[in-house]
Design a protein around this ligand. Sequence first.
Ligand code: ARG
Length: 466
Amino acid sequence: MAKKEKSVVKPWGGRFTEPTDAFVEAFTASVSFDQRLYAQDIAGSIAHARMLAKIGVLTSEEYEAIVEGLQAIKDEIERGDFTWRVDLEDVHMNIEANLTQRIGDAGKKLHTGRSRNDQVATDVRLYLREEIDAISKQLNRLQTNLVDLAEQHFDTIMPGFTHLQTAQPVTFGHHLMAWFEMLKRDSGRLSDCRGRVNVMPLGSAALAGTSYPIDRNFTRDLLGFNGIAENSLDAVSDRDFAIEFVFVCSLIMTHLSRFSEELILWSSAQFDFIELGDSFCTGSSIMPQKKNPDVPELVRGKTGRINGHLVALLTLMKGQPLAYNKDNQEDKEPLFDTIDNVKGSLRAFADMVPTLKVKTANMRAAALKGFATATDLADYLVRKGVAFRDAHEVVGKAVKKGIKDGKDLAQLTLAELQKFSSVIEQDVFDVLTLEGSVAARKHIGGTAPKQVQQAIARARQWLSGK
Ligand code: ARG
């Protein structure tokens, strides 16, 4: 008898004679993690109830009782007084069962014309829509801080690298604006993704739609969706929007990870280009001299975990027949973890960037080493009528001499340089300087300080529209 009573509390218990195995109950439950969807679940239920009242399925008294009950539940959850029950499986059934307990029979009518299948898809989309907005804000904050720092360093010279070998001098502002550009694409991808998230599955019911004369346009407007999922089978089974979102996040993390790698390298004694704020580093319990770049290292590490979530979601979907399958319950933990970690990483970076101490003298000294202006010498020779391949050869020889004598190109005398090519004159020293080198790259997208200032102006303009 006791057994039977237990099975009856399940909203779907009617068909069953035996209670759920206690282990299976806990194993299949999602309430421990999907309770974070409570606000969206309640908002979705209120909109659904209002639509049911509009089409005459609920009386206005029933509708009001439902709204009042759901609001009381929301308050109770937010106060931390709500009792979540594992035997009620998930957030949806916990709230519905509690509503019925509070308001009686009207609560039992809420689920008319709806299924948990369209309900959960709706909840996740509502939730993600908000989180995308929060992530976009953090991203834009980091971008603003990068632009601010770039402005201070629009003409600070550092070595630019390819293959991590000194290549050509660049401005630090230009380097910072490269990160800005990556994040700008991420911001665009987030907003594209938001468009596909913001489509309403509600009304698809379990899989085939419902025989009630529902008004989906009305519910869509109430919930602020910009579209309605147009095929009920697809609507309840589709998680593309979640996969796409996690992909966008993987790429954000990949960018932050590359950024991290540079910050880590640059704060090493070997580069010594920057120092991170103390509040973003930790020391070593054994080596007193150490100041470790923990935040960038951790963000670099978290990137692997987010990439893992992307693979988890893709794999979760790949074998599923239409329509809804319980597999989809597994979408939430990777999704939530992605959101938490991306938000945290962006926040940490946005806070950290203004604390960067930039060691401009070290950057300059490094740029003076490694023949960073060799290409400028080649370009100079070309301007004087030498073919580029010949110029390349000439400069190669000059570099060889520099290496032998332990001197950079600008430290060779005019007479020494003229031995490699008779077209070389005194004005060669204008291009061999770091300033001359960066200033010459003055087209759009180039590293010249003037261009960096223009890139910053465009960035500010773009940010002001965010
Ligand atoms: N907790 C479930 C999920 O997250 C809700 C939908 C369950 N639907 C079902 N028919 N079992 O996917």
